[in-house]
Structures are given as structure tokens and as C-alpha cells.
Design a protein around this ligand. Structure first.
Ligand code: NAP
Length: 505
């Protein structure tokens, strides 16, 4: 069950949002009284409520907006119980001051906006002993292990417990709450109006993550990155999983570089079935991957992990794949064929290519282009990274300023320049674009980058990052689920997300 938290300054807005949620099938709502400006009119909020409610009134120290006296807050909470609120949220330090009365259920809560305490069990025991119907613990995750400890606590608790880790790192705990037996999870009315760090909107929780269909049998996949909030992979993969009716969920895992070893060594505790790997882990994660396919070995970068279960269900092996290189070359081929070239020989009319950037994507592209016999020059801000690729794949490396020195048949952007929100930037000035060029921008958010717009205006042939993204995701899907991916669904999900969300989650 998803509990949607509503925090609005005016009663009528809170009531309207509550009604809207009920009309859309939501069955539990948290009314955050601390958001209401002026006096709270409890009767007005509770009289004709369309769903059961949790009444909450948070002080600033617990992340709330209540500015009046503590005495008046306690009075308000007691009054809410008298009015028959379905649930009342009481922080642990006031739990004994507000006694049980009538049918109102008590949620005893604890918040820590800085850390996840090392002894969660002791905290849980303390809260459970305060006449709790439900225990709620919300703490800041500074490490993915914090999220794991929280999920394990909820799974093992006898008193119904909602255990959530806040912040980007803690997002998986919100989505997996039901999988470990929590009575509900919290979401917000709007994804961009969060009441606590890391909260996500109820529509995303319901429609992207399909929260209510997650059970203890649901397999866990995800993308590991830092940052991860901007990633559209969850939208694309969850859309495909739903269309293919596969009992799995795909999560955003924010894992800082220095925490990746521990995260992978904990794979069986989640348990993880597969991961997409992106910035900054594509190259550094290699040393932790025992089985690498030939492309990974050749390219030196991995973007896909598959976790093999042993007979006991514990992860026994990690296999690494690279789906970027083939996706890039297939996209290039497809775009050229679309433009009238009808044979691979004509596709090979592209004889020289300039790759902008020297990261994991650039490496995969340089490798794929070289395999096609295309002469490649890598232009990079950090020349040493470009030189390393050049030595490994057999191409040239020049520094960033030298990127216009020689004309090329194909220009590939493998940097994030032009990516949302910096949509007014381009890595390659339009003065240097020529109509005979093939221009390939790996950036997929937005699809229509400034580089793509300017190249189109000049009459260049275009390859977009959306095409590459869908192809690499479809190959991941095939590796993990052993069946063809619904590519049309993936493409539509990605296009909808990039078109509708200026700041996609
Ligand atoms: P990465 O390993 O972090 O590499 C990024 C590269 O871009 C580095 O060489 C970096 O230079 C360079 N760079 C960053 N900002 C720059 C700037 N302002 N000017 C010049 N160079 C700059 O990242 P990655 O995994 O290769 O990904 C790069 C981009 O490829 C991503 O942003 C993504 O949009 C795209 N991508 C797309 C797909 C797809 O399926 N469409 C798949 C993978 C990647 P330094 O080394 O100097 O920092």
C-alpha cells in the first residue's frame, strides 16, 4: 500500500488533493498538519475524508514546519485522536505524552536526518515498547549498506514497521518496503514537491515501480551510478518489465565510487539479479567482475552485470557485459541505411570519425568504429585518457582544442555536453559541421540536443542517443531475462520521459 503525504498551506488545497488521490485509487493519505498556515481546522479535514488518514504534525527538528509551541502541537494531536483520525504519528519523545484513545492507531516514529544509527534493532525495540501499532523509522542513508540494514530490520520485525532511508542512496528502501513486509510506504503528491529527501511521487511509485505488485519473490535489478537521480533507465526497464509481465523491479542505486566494492560484495543480501553500470563505475568496476565477455575485455569498460545464483540462492558469480559498443554501431548502421545507403559497403563510406570525450562511452565507440575499419581520432579534455584509448584500440588522440583541425566523415559526441539541463551547450561548433557528415550524439536527454538541431539544419545525417540507448537497454534485457525486449515500449517510455519531464526523476 502507498501512503501519499500531503503538505499544503491551505485547507482547501489539502482537501482537493486528498479527493484527487482517492479518485485515483489511493487508499491511505498522510495529512501533514504542520504545513497548514494559520489555525488548523481538524473537523474540516477529517469530516468527509475519502480515505483513512495518518495525522502528522512535525517540528522543524524532525523535518517539519510546525512553528507554534510544543504544547499546542500536543493539543492538536490529542484533538485529532478525539476526532477519530485513523492513525496518529507520534515521535518517540512524545509517545508517552499522548495516550491511546478510541480506535486511532499509533505510529511511533523516529527521524534522523544525518545518519542511520548503527544499532537499528535497539532503536526498534525502544519504539515498539511505546504502545506502537506501527513503528516508523526514517533515517539518512550515507551508504547503500544503511539501506540494506533498514530493509533487513523491517523484514525481521514482529511489530509492523515502516523503515525508510532518506536521501538518494535510500530510495530503494522506499520502493522495496512492501517486499520486506512493511505495511505501507510513503510517497508525495508531486515528485517535485518532496516533504523529505529522496521521496518520490505516488504516480511514479505506482506506475513506474508498480509498488503494489512487488512481493518477496520479485527479482531486483537496477542501475548503479553516482549521481543517479537523472537516470531514465528505471523508466525504460520498468516499462519493459511490465509489458513483458516479468516479476522484477528495476531500481536507481546511488553508489559513490568509494562504496562500490562493498555494494557488490553485498549483492546477495538485497538480492541483486542484474545491474546497469554507468558513471563513474564503468571502468573501475572491472576489477570486481570475475567473468567478462570478449567485448568487455577488449574495451576495458562494462555497462551490464548479471548475478548468477548458486543452489542456495546466494550470488556466486558476477558476469560483465558491454552493450554500448554494439548498440552504437548498430545505431550508426541503421541510421545510414535509413538514409538511402543500402549495403554495408556503402555504410563503410564513413572512413574517418572524430570521437569527442574519452570516458566509457567514447572507449566503446572508438572500439566499435575501429572494428569497422574506420579511422578514429579521440579528442578529449584530459589528453591522457584519450591517449590511453588510442593505445588500446589503435587510433589517434588529440586534445580538446584540436578537435576542429581535421575534417571527419563522422562526428560522435561521447561527452555529457548538451545534456539536460545544459541544453544550450554543444561540444562541436556549427561552423565546423558540413552537410556530408554523419553526426552522432550519444546524449539522449534531450534527444534533440543543440548539436542535433544544428547538424539537422546543415543537412547532416543524424544518429541520436535515444536509438543507442534503447538498443543497449534491449541487449541488457535479453541478457537478464533470456527473451527479446519490447523495444517499442522502451523507446516510447524514453521519449515520453524526455519530452514531458524538464527534470526527470
Ligand atoms: P564518462 O566516463 O564520465 O566520460 C565523460 C567524458 O566526457 C570524459 O572524457 C570527460 O572528460 C568528458 N567531458 C565531460 N564534460 C566535458 C566538457 N564540458 N567538455 C569536454 N569534455 C567533457 O562518461 P561516459 O559513460 O563515457 O558517458 C558520456 C556520455 O555518453 C554521457 O553523458 C551519456 O550522455 C552518453 N552515453 C549515452 C549512451 C546511450 O545509450 N545513448 C550510453 C552511454 C553513454 P574528462 O575526462 O576530462 O572529465
Amino acid at each position: 500500500m502507498i501512503c501519499v503525504s500531503i503538505g499544503r498551506g491551505r485547507h482547501r488545497h489539502m482537501i482537493a488533493e486528498h479527493k484527487h488521490l482517492a479518485e485515483n485509487g489511493m487508499v491511505l493519505v498522510e495529512l501533514r498538519l504542520d504545513y497548514i498556515q494559520g489555525g488548523v481546522q481538524l473537523k474540516r479535514l477529517l469530516a468527509d475524508r475519502p480515505t483513512p488518514v495518518i495525522v502528522t504534525c512535525r517540528r522543524a527538528i524532525d523535518g517539519g514546519r510546525w512553528e507554534q509551541s510544543e504544547e499546542s502541537r500536543l493539543l492538536l494531536l490529542r484533538a485529532a485522536i478525539v476526532e477519530g483520525a485513523d492513525y496518529i504519528d507520534l515521535e518517540d519523545d512524545i509517545a508517552t505524552k499522548v495516550p491511546r484513545y478510541g480506535r486511532t492507531k499509533r505510529i511511533i516514529s523516529h527521524h534522523d536526518f544525518h545518519k542511520t544509527p548503527s544499532d537499528l534493532s535497539a532503536l526498534h525495540r525502544k519504539l515498539s515498547a511505546m504502545d506502537a501499532d506501527i513503528v516508523k523509522i526514517a533515517t539518512m542513508a550515507n551508504h547503500p549498506t544503511d539501506s540494506l540494514r533498514m530493509l533487513e530490520l523491517v523484514r525481521g520485525s514482529k511489530v509492523p514497521t515502516v523503515g525508510i532511508c532518506m536521501g538518494d542512496i535510500g530510495v530503494p528502501t522506499r520502493i522495496l518496503a512492501g517486499r520486506v513486509g512493511a505495511p505501507f510506504t510513503y510517497a508525495t503528491f508531486h515528485g517535485d514537491r518532496v516533504l523529505a529527501p529522496g521521496q518520490i511521487g505516488w504516480r511514479q511509485m505506482r506506475d513506474v515501480y508498480r509498488y503494489d505488485s512487488i512481493t518477496s519473490a520479485t527479482q531486483i535489478y537496477g542501475v548503479v551510478a553516482d549521481p543517479v537521480a537523472h537516470s531514465l533507465s528505471p523508466i525504460v526497464h520498468n516499462g519493459a518489465l511490465a509489458a513483458a509481465k516479468i516479476d522484477a523491479v528495476y531500481l536507481p542505486f546511488r553508489v559513490p565510487a568509494e562504496q562500490i566494492d562493498e555494494f557488490l560484495s553485498d549483492a546477495s543480501r538485497w538480492p541483486l539479479s542484474g545491474l546497469s553500470v554507468t558513471i563513474p563505475h564503468k571502468e573501475t568496476i572491472l576489477r570486481l567482475v570475475a567473468q567478462q565477455d570478449d567485448l568487455v575485455k577488449a574495451i576495458g569498460a562494462v555497462n551490464t552485470l548479471a548475478f548468477g545464483p548458486s543452489r542456495t540462492g546466494v550470488v556466486s558469480s558476477i558476469s560483465g557485459f558491454n552493450t554500448d559498443a554494439t548498440a552504437a554501431i548498430e545505431s550508426l548502421d541503421a541510421a545510414l541505411l535509413d538514409h538511402g545507403q543500402t549495403s554495408p559497403e556503402e555504410v563503410l563510406n564513413v572512413k574517418t570519425a572524430l570521437v569527442l570525450g574519452a570516458g566509457g562511452a567514447a572507449r566503446a565507440l572508438a572500439f566499435g568504429l575501429r572494428k569497422r575499419g574506420i579511422e578514429v581520432t579521440v579528442a578529449s579534455r584530459t589528453l591522457d585518457r584519450g591517449k590511453k584509448i588510442a593505445a588500446e584500440v589503435g587510433c589517434k588522440a588529440v586534445d580538446w582544442q584540436a578537435r576542429y583541425r581535421m575534417p571527419h566523415d563522422c562526428v560522435v559526441n561521447a561527452t555529457p555536453v548538451g545534456m539536460h539541463p545544459n541544453v544550450d551547450e554543444t561540444p562541436f561548433d556549427k561552423e565546423h559541421l558540413r552537410p556530408y557528415m554523419v553526426v552522432f550524439d550519444t546524449v539522449y536527454n534531450p534527444e534533440n540536443t543543440l548539436l542535433m538541431k544544428e547538424a539537422r539544419a546543415i543537412g547532416c545525417r543524424l544518429v541520436t542517443g535515444v536509438d543507442m540507448f534503447v538498443r543497449q537497454a534491449a541487449t541488457q534485457f535479453r541478457i537478464w531475462h533470456n527473451q527479446a525486449a519490447p523495444e517499442g515500449v522502451m523507446r516510447d517510455s524514453l521519449k515520453r520521459a524526455t519530452a514531458s519531464a524538464k527534470n526527470p526523476e
